[in-house]
Ligand binder design. Structure first.
Ligand code: PMP
Length: 285
């Protein structure tokens, strides 16, 4: 696999980042994951805009190649022959000479930029979307700026492991009694035809797939309510699903051992998945 590091395209075994890189020492980095379908980038503009926002919120300098990001994404997709898969991008505050809590001077410390691809043949036709997935609920103990897409992913990783141990696929995080989001996705329920998902704020990531799916839902005259919901409300819903750039729209059929609706992927989730895949392929760049 060819990867990109600070201006160079290299074999992955030759790519190197300093041990003083602040993402390595302090999780001082942000990232984006953009899907590739039919060799085209999905929702690229949204991911780029969110990256810029994450950088601004953290007062992190833009990498030198910021204006070339589309070109770099495309080149990696081409070099690695990706038809279906992902492009992972990470920007860090860089590698100052030594470890220090204070941010380094941006004049002397340049951002680190790393991109690599992940080949996922069959991503769109994922058979799991036909059966749906099971989630557990766990307490949301992450930091309070979940709207910034940082590489501080230890608790979401732990959540995923707790889910696996319980024989499930993912965890929905609960704060003050209400679902915030999934470990790596935005959470939704459907009741009497209305799609319910938590409103945007600093407590959840502003999903790029969420924005697209809600737009398609409204265009298809589906009702949408952006508000928090509880696990009990979700368990009594007709359907549940989640969205993310790498899983698109994924039906959820069980929460904490309770079947949702018929226990099978619901019509709304299934339809939204189809619309999302169709429209995104058309709009891919
Ligand atoms: N919430 C969290 C915590 C995430 O990690 C992700 C995916 N990175 C999402 C939501 C979904 O965002 P997107 O649709 O932009 O992938």
């Amino acid at each position: 696999r060819t990867v990109y590091v600070n201006g160079e395209y290299l074999p992955e075994t030759e790519a190197k980042v300093s041990i003083f890189d602040r993402a390595f020492l302090m999780a001082d980095g942000v990232y984006e994951v953009t899907s590739v379908l039919g060799g085209k980038l999905i929702d690229f503009d949204g991911h780029l805009a969110r990256l810029e926002r994450s950088l601004t919120e953290l007062d992190m300098p833009k990498p030198k190649a910021f204006d070339e990001l589309l070109e770099i994404h495309r080149k990696l997709v081409e070099l690695n022959g990706i038809d279906e898969g992902m492009v992972y991008l990470q920007v860090t505050r860089g590698a100052p000479g030594d470890r220090d809590f204070a941010f380094p001077d941006p004049e002397t410390c340049e951002a680190t930029l790393v991109l690599f691809t992940q080949n996922k043949p069959g991503l769109a036709a994922n058979p799991v979307a036909k059966t749906g997935i099971k989630v557990i609920s766990i307490e949301d103990i992450r930091w309070g700026r979940r709207d910034i897409k940082t590489v501080q992913l230890l608790y979401p990783s732990m959540g995923k492991m707790m889910a696996k141990k319980a024989g499930c696929d993912d965890a929905w995080l609960v704060e003050d009694g209400f679902v915030t989001e999934g470990t790596s996705n935005n959470a939704y329920i459907v009741k009497d035809g209305t799609i319910i998902t938590r409103n945007l704020g600093t407590d959840i990531l502003h999903g790029i797939t969420r924005a697209a799916v809600l737009r398609f839902a409204r265009e298809a005259q589906m009702k949408v309510e952006e508000r928090p919901f509880t696990i009990a409300e979700a368990q009594g819903a007709d359907e549940a699903f989640y969205t993310s750039a790498s899983a698109f729209v994924m039906p959820v059929v069980e929460i904490d051992g309770e079947s949702i609706g018929t226990g099978k992927p619901g019509d709304v989730a299934t339809r939204l998945r189809e619309i999302y895949l169709e429209e995104s392929r058309k709009a891919g760049i």
